[in-house]
Design a protein. Structure first.
Length: 125
């Protein structure tokens, strides 16, 4: 079952994504934004990892045909790393992460390392 969340930046009193897909299972995380040529403004994925780790929170950009804005968060929802991810590369956070937030590159204009984010459950549209 697919679930959705709103992603709020508590540090800046702003909304990062009005509707983000919550990817807690392996297949959802594996697919991510693969085979996409664009990611729309406000569209996002939250990849939920089994445990907080640098290696397990690493992402691949194989078969992703556009750049992504990526933020890694610790188990408390604090941003530990941000990066523009380019197609066909691997990325790992600079600190252990429990969540990876992926969206359009412009998403990174609304957050920075140290910001506190919150995931608010949302009903599917």
């Amino acid at each position: 079952m697919t679930s959705w969340v709103r992603v709020q930046n508590l540090s800046r009193a702003s909304e990062i994504a009005a509707r983000a897909r919550w990817c807690a299972d392996y297949l959802c995380r594996l697919r991510g934004f693969a085979f996409r040529t664009e990611v729309h403004e406000g569209e996002a994925l939250v990849l939920v990892w089994p445990r907080e780790s640098r290696s397990e929170a690493a992402i691949h950009m194989f078969a992703v045909f556009t750049e992504l804005g990526v933020a890694w968060l610790d188990r408390n929802g604090r941003v530990v790393d941000v990066r523009i991810a380019k197609p066909w590369r691997l990325y790992a956070p600079s600190a252990p992460a429990k969540y990876t937030l992926e969206g359009s590159p412009s998403m990174l204009e609304s957050l920075a390392v140290g910001d506190q984010l919150e995931f608010v459950p949302d009903a599917p549209a």
